[in-house]
Design a protein around this ligand. Structure first.
Ligand code: G16
Length: 543
């Protein structure tokens, strides 16, 4: 067995963002770039000698190369065993499931999630801890600090593992097990949902289209929806994971899932549509001619959770990221359970889930999940909706409209301004921050502003504090405008403007969302001087 120690130099900019380190593939292809980050991860951990590591990714370009490197570095670091998905594949929620089920020390997930793939696209890597969830900031900051000091890394000199054959392979004193990426996850899903009832739904002629967008959810959706639940072959589209996602931008939202939205419109449309992203942790839910916002989806799942076997005993609490609409807050108040408001980033839900204080979590960015794993979970959300529909016997649109009639409607939209020069974006945020104290208590246009602040979060479990998590303007009627810079992009900066207006249960719920939000949209653009500072007269993406 030969372990090589190779000299290296630190790369600037290896600080993990909202969800790991995401950069262009060409950045990761630089000699030592990936190796440095992996060594920084291992150097920041303690007590893993002889333990199990889980490795897998969404199959995008560079996935296989990176997996082989990580296996050899894990052997050099002293891990006892690595579980790796066949073909180097593991969806992000499946990786979380495998870490938990097999009691692994942690896992390395390779994905840039919803960002495009291919040689000119994006790549990403993140470390998940033993609870199956993304490493908390304390660890990601330690990884970053270490990455800036590295002078060498260690790697086993060995042949590549055959990732396409299930089995056990020795690698420099470590055992590599190539596992089926779907089976542990499928078993977990069957423990949560009423598969007989969903099977009966499909047998009655219920029609679904699931768009895997050429990404990793395909094998999971084929197996669960078509093989186990009996949806006819062809219900899953774009179901083969491809290194460039077949040219798709694997982001399940109205801007990028246009093929699916087209399929779900018109009289002969299927009853239900859903899409997932590159690594299968996001979900978009559609009915016939009806798009469910992620914030509403979370609220509907929370309100109906007792209809689903895995949540029959009720929820201990719910959690949402700060920019996510407050629709779920109303459900929590009605149920008499806690509702937590966290910064953007799934990692902030981990402590609440571990402590049993929240059962369901969700984000406006098409992420929904529960305590079954420690990641958001796209296919799980689809199964949850199918279970609800099977029990309630109603369409998606009727379920959501009845929800609004009971709780009121939170009109909600996110406007993204992508590819802004970093200086301009930073200037815009600084300008907003400088106005905060003056804005609180003022009436601007038609809007009396009750609160104007920069969101800070104190984790109720470990007391850690995260500052500067988004600028909030909260109006007296509860309407909100939130400004943040994305932490997942790889080119320039992306400004996200989140807009929300509440119309009570007795109100008019039929307005077009952008019309309902027009006053807030104008105010947001004016206060942030978006056009003056970015030159952009309109957002690049509206969800
Ligand atoms: C990641 C995080 C999510 C976050 C989203 C958008 O999702 O896990 O928690 O909401 O990014 O973050 P940002 O607004 O900073 O770009 P994913 O699916 O990309 O892993």
């Amino acid at each position: 067995m030969t372990i090589q120690t190779l000299s290296t130099q630190a790369f600037a900019g290896q600080r993990p963002g909202t969800s790991g380190l995401r950069k262009k593939v060409t950045v990761f292809q630089q000699p030592h770039y990936l190796e440095n980050f992996v060594q920084a991860i291992f150097d920041s951990l303690e007590g893993f000698a002889g333990q199990t590591l889980v490795v897998g990714g969404d199959g995008r370009f560079h996935n296989r190369v990176a997996v082989q490197t990580i296996l050899k570095m894990a052997a050099a670091a002293g891990f006892g065993r690595v579980l790796v998905g066949k073909g180097g594949l593991l969806s992000t929620p499946a990786a979380s499931c495998v870490i938990r089920k097999h009691g692994a020390f942690g896992g390395i997930i390779l994905s840039a999630s919803h960002n495009p793939g291919g040689p000119d696209g994006d790549f990403g890597i993140k470390y998940n801890i033993g609870n199956g969830g993304p490493a908390p900031e304390k660890i990601t900051e330690a990884i970053y600090a270490r990455s800036q000091q590295l002078t060498e890394y260690r790697i086993a000199k060995a042949a590549d593992i055959n990732l396409d054959q299930l089995g056990q392979y020795p690698l420099a004193g470590m055992l590599v097990e190539v596992i089926d990426p779907v089976s542990d996850y499928a078993e977990l899903m069957q423990s949560l949902f009423d598969f007989d009832r969903i099977r009966a739904l499909f047998a009655s002629g219920f029609r679904l289209r699931f768009d895997a967008m050429g990404a990793v959810s395909g094998p999971y959706a084929h197996h669960l929806l078509e093989n186990l639940l009996g949806a006819p072959a062809g219900s899953v589209i774009n179901g083969t994971p491809l290194e460039d996602f077949g040219g798709h931008h694997p982001d399940p939202n109205p801007a990028h899932a246009t093929e699916l939205i087209g399929l779900l419109s018109g009289p002969d449309a299927p009853d239900f549509g859903a899409a997932s992203d590159g690594d299968a942790d996001r979900n978009m839910i559609l009915g016939r001619d009806f798009i469910v916002t992620p914030s509403d989806s979370l609220a509907v799942l929370a309100a109906n959770a007792k209809l689903v076997p895995g949540y029959r005993d009720g929820l201990t609490g719910v959690a949402r990221s700060m920019p996510t609409s407050t629709a779920v807050d109303r459900v929590a108040a009605d149920l008499g359970i806690a509702c937590f408001e966290t910064p953007t980033g799934w990692k902030f839900f981990g402590n609440l889930l571990d402590a049993g204080r929240a059962t369901l979590c969700g984000e406006e960015s098409y992420g929904t999940g529960s305590n079954h794993v420690r990641e958001k979970d796209g296919v799980w959300a689809v199964l949850f909706w199918l279970n609800l529909i099977a029990v309630r016997g109603q369409s998606v649109a009727t379920i959501v409209q009845e929800h609004w009639a009971r709780y009121g409607r939170n009109y909600y939209s996110r406007h993204d301004y992508e590819g802004i020069a970093t200086d301009a974006a930073d200037g815009l945020m600084a300008h907003l921050r400088s106005q905060l104290s003056a804005l609180a208590g003022q009436t601007v246009g038609d809007f009396p502003i009750a609160t104007a602040d920069d969101f800070a979060y104190t984790d109720p479990v470990d007391g850690s504090v995260s500052h500067k998590q988004g600028i909030r303007l909260i109006m007296q009627d509860g309407s909100r405008i939130v400004f943040r810079l994305s932490g997942t992009g790889t080119e320039g900066a992306t400004l996200r403007v989140y807009l929300e207006r509440y119309e009570p249960a007795s109100g008019n719920h039929q307005l077009d969302t952008q019309t309902a939000l027009a006053g807030l949209i104008t105010l947001a653009r004016r206060l942030a001087q978006i056009e003056e500072r970015t030159g952009m007269a309109a957002p690049t993406v509206v969800t």
